[in-house]
Design a protein around this ligand. Structure first.
Ligand SMILES: Cc1cc2nc3c(=O)[nH]c(=O)nc-3n(C[C@H](O)[C@H](O)[C@H](O)COP(=O)(O)OP(=O)(O)OC[C@H]3O[C@@H](n4cnc5c(N)ncnc54)[C@H](O)[C@@H]3O)c2cc1C
Length: 482
């Protein structure tokens, strides 16, 4: 008899959270701490969503999305999780760039970027100051017509090298392009520039374990291997979910699943008005990623002068198209030293590139496997430029593709950062369409990434609290739900 992953689950909860990405986890924890009964349903056998890891024989543990986040994570983790989690966040001090236009090392904060722009790039100090002030002053209510490209042209006209320095890491960090609204860039860039790039010491596995313990302490009913098939709606209000063949009632549902999958697959287009449906259909998914995971033999070391993060490119100019191309010219390497994973003597390298789902989706299984092997081999060749002895030191290497991300998180087209900017307005408008239904998860660049997703979870938890306070008590049993 198959295991019942819902054994002991109640008939009804105040709130059901679908998905345990950082937004779902944080929303669930915040709601339970405020006294609500919360059921968290995750389809995978692990919590974390994109914030995840995997193990391979030989003691290797690979992090998928632990490459860097802004200092704001310390405050958010302290406030919404625990002091222990917040205290494990440490700075990555050596961020490197190497491309045909320049090579440099930076602490990736405003002070150091100002120095570099003035001394190395010879930009007038006034322009640098004005640019940083403009980026920091941006907020969501600003003019959304100005693009990132226009913003750069205003302060650094004709300076392709400066644009590359300022844009390449942010494109890597959230897939944004020169055509996106400038505020999506300004907010994310300023978040990083305030103090630099940070990581979680001990790895994603430790973080998610600590978060799981907090959820249990807060009273969240946490369930893995629970794939929600349907969000149930009656008379314009959410009534519960259908999961693993059961219907469970709730006064509010928070979906942490992909925005478009939530609207069109889990709820169904019929429950939304025409204008909303059109807006939701027009939302563009963000691009996906490929990664190559490389583990060194026990005891083999990486020279720490390699840095923590290396933005490497052989493309003569910075072009979004080139970043997405299957003909890879740009790679971001994360170097993990044993100190980042205390207790292990292993050194690891993860190479990440932005990628298109369509370049991988139509392949036969033989071509798909061959393409993955090619990705591993070409990445090892490219890495040899920085770690010449990589092939002799290597113990294990494998690749993931957009299909891998889709498989494990159910994000449509394996989108790494949810949707493009326009997804945010659609995500926020869902409760006006279906009472008690909310979405919290990667949308609109600002609300994605570890910090963005976590903070969005808190914002939505507050919305749910207000809704529950003003809405009528529990809806009647779901037997009559359509
Ligand atoms: C390769 C890569 C590198 C990245 N690097 C960084 C980085 O360095 N720094 C950074 O800040 N961010 C990074 N990110 C982005 C960051 O990881 C994500 O933006 C963030 O973790 C997303 O959180 P989320 O809450 O939106 O949910 P997700 O992580 O997208 O999780 C959604 C969850 O919902 C579950 N789910 C979906 N459908 C259902 C269903 N029907 N029933 C039950 N459960 C369901 C999924 O299984 C998943 O667990 C990276 C992402 C990728 C892919």
């Amino acid at each position: 008899m198959p295991k019942d992953f819902l054994q002991g689950a109640r008939e009804r909860y105040d709130t059901i959270v679908i998905g345990s990405g950082l937004a779902g986890l944080t929303a669930a924890n915040t709601l339970a701490r405020s006294g609500q009964s919360v059921l968290l349903l995750e389809q995978h056998y692990k919590l974390g969503g994109m914030a995840t890891w995997f193990k391979r024989p030989g003691g290797h543990i690979f992090d998928i999305s632990l490459h860097g986040f802004p200092v704001g994570m310390v405050k958010s983790c302290r406030r919404y999780w625990s002091e222990e989690i917040a205290a494990s966040i440490v700075q990555l001090k050596n961020i490197r760039f190497d491309n045909p236009m320049f090579s440099l090392t930076t602490t990736f904060n405003r002070e150091d970027f100002t120095r570099l722009l003035i001394e190395q790039f010879q930009v007038p100090a006034d322009n640098v100051r004005a640019f940083f002030d403009a980026a920091r002053g941006m907020n969501f209510f600003d003019d959304q017509a100005t693009t990132v490209g226009q913003l750069f042209e205003r302060y650094f006209p004709g300076r392709e090298d400066v644009i590359r320095l300022l844009m390449e890491p942010i494109t890597y960090a959230n897939g944004s392009t020169l055509e996106d609204p400038a505020i999506s860039y300004g907010i994310v860039f300023s978040n990083f520039m305030s103090k630099g790039v940070f990581t979680f010491q001990g790895g994603t596995d430790r973080l998610i374990k600590l978060m799981h313990e907090e959820l249990i302490k807060s009273g969240v009913d946490v369930r893995i291997k629970c794939d929600v098939q349907k969000i149930l709606v009656r008379d314009g209000r959410v009534a519960g979910v259908e999961v693993n063949g059961r219907q469970i009632e709730a006064r509010a549902v928070v979906s942490n699943a992909n925005l478009k999958a939530t609207i069109f697959h889990l709820v169904g287009a019929d429950h939304f008005d025409r204008k909303f449906r059109e807006d939701a259909e027009a939302v563009r998914l963000n691009n996906s990623s490929c990664q190559v995971y490389m583990a060194l033999k026990p005891g083999a070391e990486l020279d720490e002068s390699l840095g923590d993060l290396l933005f490497s490119s052989t493309a003569p100019l910075f072009r979004t198209e080139a970043l997405l191309s299957r003909d890879v010219t740009s790679r971001t390497y994360s170097f993990y030293y044993p100190r980042t994973r205390p207790g292990s003597d292993r050194s690891l390298v993860v190479s990440s590139t932005n990628a298109r789902y369509s370049d991988w989706a139509g392949l036969s299984s033989e071509d798909y496997e061959a393409s993955k092997r090619d990705l591993v081999e070409t990445t090892l060749d490219a890495l040899a430029r920085y770690v010449p002895e990589i092939r002799e030191k290597l113990d294990h290497a494998e690749a993931s593709t957009p299909l891998t991300f889709r498989h494990y998180t159910k994000h449509m087209e394996g989108a790494s950062f949810g949707t493009k900017f326009e997804g945010l307005a659609v995500s926020r408008a869902i409760p006006e369409q279906v009472g008690g239904l909310f979405h919290a998860g990667s949308v609109g660049i600002i609300m994605s990434g570890w910090l963005g997703a976590m903070n969005y979870g808190v914002i939505v938890a507050n919305d749910v609290d207000s809704w529950l306070l003003k809405s009528a008590p529990m809806t009647p049993p779901v037997a009559s739900v359509s």
